[in-house]
Design a protein. Structure first.
Length: 343
């Protein structure tokens, strides 16, 4: 009515929300929306979650919807997969995806393959989520990135958020999906605030699985990344812009199915490609992107070989100076860009 009378109503402004709070909102909204959804994992209930992602949910929804489990990934993952086959929609939290190795039989052989092996008659609507990749000072058995491992397996969808909007939208989409989804978060992003738009604050907001996002437009070179290294790419792009190099930064968001069309369109525009990831180089996400570009029509537009920036090909050291040298830094991305552009 006020608008019809000539008054201009200002839209609600975007707000700052941490990745932790975005994930908490997504879980809360989906638990409220669908009574089949439940959360289980180590310390997710009475302790409010090891990383406080499930803060307040046990008190709100009770023991049957937010369930503390013993320290037995194989056991509680099997329970969750069985519950999904029976018609519930579990969210199974791993305290770190390194510990999902204890349950990889359940994730791959039970969850990922069942829909195919049952000729589509048995759906497994389950989300496996938790921190993935390197944190800080936690050494080899807590620092591995499993994007390439799980992205390798048909039957799974694999998502890897960077921002708060990514985290909220991808988790909600994953919970609503009828397929098993692996959601690879990053512990070091949990406390980082990002701007969340008015649209993303809606309970109906989802980020489509399988769709990348161009975070920064550019004309000289394409940077493709996922999870925390997206921020490093944007930092590198800001530095390079001062030197006259405009980088296009693509936030992959989904590892499987991979949105190679967005990457191809960018490569056609910029004629150069650098991939950035925290995982090991051999058979990695960047290797897959490079192979797909080489096999497609965008290869004809490349003016230089594609370059990968990855984690070091070693188990993660504990010492901080060695750890820093094992994880891609902004300076490594800048070096790769200048090498690719021959400047």
């Amino acid at each position: 009515l006020q608008q019809r009378r000539g008054f201009r109503l200002s839209a609600p402004a975007a707000i700052q929300v941490t990745v932790r709070d975005a994930l908490n909102q997504a879980l809360d909204e989906e638990l409220e929306r669908d009574e089949r959804v439940f959360l289980l994992g180590e310390e997710v209930a009475q302790y409010d979650g090891a990383y406080k992602i499930s803060r307040g949910l046990w008190k709100k929804y009770g023991d049957k919807r937010v369930i503390d489990t013993p320290i037995s990934e194989m056991g509680f993952t099997g329970i969750a997969v069985g519950a999904a086959m029976a018609g519930l929609r579990p969210v199974c939290e791993f305290m770190t995806f390194n510990f999902s190795m204890q349950a990889i039989d359940q994730v791959i052989n039970s969850a990922a393959k069942t829909c195919y092996m049952s000729a589509g008659s048995i759906a497994v609507p389950i989300v496996f989520r938790g921190p993935n990749g390197a944190s800080a000072g936690v050494a080899a058995q807590h620092s591995q990135c499993f994007a390439a491992w799980y992205g390798h397996c048909p039957g799974l969808k694999v998502v890897s958020p960077w921002s708060s909007e990514d985290a909220k939208g991808l988790l909600k989409a994953s919970i609503r999906d009828d397929n098993p989804v692996v959601m690879l978060e990053n512990e070091l992003l949990y406390g980082v605030p990002f701007e969340m738009s008015e649209q993303a604050q809606s309970k109906d907001f989802v980020v489509p699985i399988g769709k990348a996002k161009v975070e920064r437009q550019g004309t000289h070179i394409t940077l493709v990344s996922h999870s925390r290294p997206v921020g490093h790419c944007l930092e590198a792009a800001a530095v390079l812009a001062k030197e006259g190099v405009e980088c296009e930064v693509i936030n992959l968001r989904t590892i499987r199915p991979m949105d190679i069309e967005t990457v191809e369109a960018s490569v056609v525009k910029t004629n150069h490609l650098v991939t950035v990831e925290g995982g090991w180089p051999q058979f990695g996400v960047g290797a897959e992107i490079c192979a797909r570009i080489m096999e497609g029509s965008a290869f004809n537009y490349l003016d230089a070989p594609a370059v990968r920036v990855t984690g070091a090909d070693v188990p993660m050291p504990y010492a901080k100076i060695l750890e820093d040298n094992c994880i891609p830094q902004v300076k490594d991305i800048i070096f790769a860009v200048k090498k690719t552009l021959n400047i």
